[in-house]
Design a binder for this molecule. Structure first.
Ligand code: NIG
Ligand code: FE
Length: 428
């Protein structure tokens, strides 16, 4: 994880004043579940003081201004007038695939004409059609694409992003993809968490010997990625046509052996027996569109975050994950974009919130918690990200709306007017 606040650049304190509505999401050390998901901790007429990349104070404006005065540094404080807008924690987009070289327009048109995502994948399209261009791209070009994606994310309020490899599918091309993420992360003031997704699909040259590809992931990719410190997590696309549960277990065993966390794409198109992966304590299970009732209940008892990706359901015109049932059962639900060229070409978290509300019947408050504090927990960053509390990283998003529900109500536009990333103010 890269964190500009730890880079040690001295900055003057930053005061965000004249905030009409502040959502702190303060409270608790665990991911939000059930009714807690709707508790945003809303403060009217507020301010936030940031210092050394962290939140110093947040709350009613009078109190924050008093604290700023006590610091005795008034002349040096940089003030920013929020013009009565809404300030909240920056979005934590906990699931993205930004390392690709081109959009997949042929697949898009084929789907419009009636082919399914899986039919396209079976005939050589899908993930496999992004592989050649990533293998032949330079690291610098890939890094530029990733940086452009981070900047797009930032423009609609994202301050932390997870980024996966997964379109290289050779050890060298996966390492190159992860280095591209690292290079882009070094140029972006936000926070990046990297994930190795070498097990995205079996590449064509291993079509007849998938077990050998799994061996390569376990015995070459994972050890190299761990020794070069190129990723925090290992992900697997566990699905018919991608990797089986036993293969996922082998890959998770290797990840654990090398000190990497695990997460998985599961139940996107068909149900899987998730209980078999419970022993690995994955940080998150993502998609869950086809979750069985039994797994739904068991997920509610686990620390694993249920990360829902409505952008993929929207783009594939596929059923949405059972958000209401998950919340009511007590699962820790997060929301993310799944930004990728095949199933979810969007970097916009506000668009995801709109889908969560209109298509999955989450309330605006629930969707905001899922996209901030629970996203942070999905990346095991709940202690430093996802809420506005003294001591946490100064990651904020300002929207030019007076009621937070408008974030989910207006769709297709962008009301984000500024973000603070690890204490650095960036205006739109
Ligand atoms: O999360 N399902 C697997 N991976 C991506 C899709 C990748 C692609 O089609 O390029 C997803 O939806
Ligand atoms: Fe994905």
């Amino acid at each position: 994880m890269k964190d500009a606040a730890q880079a040690g650049r001295p900055r003057p304190p930053l005061l965000l004043n004249n905030i009409g509505t502040l959502l702190t999401l303060q409270g608790g050390r665990d991911p939000r579940r059930g009714r807690e998901l709707g508790n945003l901790n809303v403060i009217a007429n507020a301010a936030v003081l940031c210092r050394d990349g962290k939140i110093a104070t947040a709350g009613p404006e009078r109190e924050v201004l008093k604290h700023a005065k006590e610091l005795g540094a008034d002349p040096e404080i940089e003030s920013f007038d929020c013009k009565r807008g809404t300030v909240m924690p920056g979005f934590v987009d906990s699931h993205t695939h930004p390392v690709f070289a081109a959009p997949r327009l042929l697949d898009f048109e084929k789907r419009i004409q009636g082919a399914s995502y899986q039919q396209i994948a079976e005939t050589g399209g899908g993930i496999r059609s992004s592989v050649e261009s990533v293998r032949s791209a330079s690291e610098v070009d890939l890094a530029q694409g990733v940086l452009a994606a981070f900047r797009h994310m930032q423009s609609s309020g994202t301050t932390t992003a997870e980024a996966k490899s997964g379109y290289g599918l050779t050890t060298e091309a996966e390492l190159k993809s992860l280095r591209a993420i690292r290079q882009a992360a070094g140029e972006w003031p936000g926070t990046v968490v990297s994930t190795l997704l070498g097990a995205h699909v079996v590449p064509p040259e291993f079509a007849e010997k998938p077990h050998e590809y799994v061996k390569l992931v376990c015995e070459q990719m994972i050890p190299r990625v761990a020794s070069d410190k190129l990723a925090d997590f290992v992900d697997v696309f566990c699905e018919r046509g991608a990797f089986t549960l036993p293969q996922t277990e082998l890959i998770f065993d290797a990840a654990r052996e090398h000190g990497l966390g695990v997460r998985a794409h599961v139940c996107q198109f068909s149900p899987q027996e998730l209980s078999r992966l419970k022993r690995f304590s994955p940080a998150s299970f993502d998609h869950l569109d086809c979750l069985s009732d039994q797994d739904l209940k068991s997920l509610a008892q686990q620390d694993t975050v249920a990360t829902l990706l409505p952008g993929a359901s929207y783009f594939l015109a596929h059923s949405y994950p059972p958000a209401r049932r998950l919340i009511e059962a007590g699962a820790a639900v997060a929301l993310a974009t799944d930004y990728n060229p095949g199933t979810s070409p969007t970097t916009s978290m506000p668009m995801i919130l709109s889908m969560a509300c209109t298509q999955m019947k989450m309330t605006p408050a629930e969707s905001i918690s899922a996209a901030t504090i629970n996203g942070a927990h999905a990346l095991r960053l709940g202690g430093s990200k996802g809420s506005i509390e003294a001591g946490k990283d100064a990651d904020l998003a300002l929207f030019a709306v007076s009621d937070y529900r408008e974030l989910c109500y207006w769709f297709g536009g962008n009301s984000c007017s500024a973000v603070v990333l690890n204490g650095i103010l960036m205006k739109n």
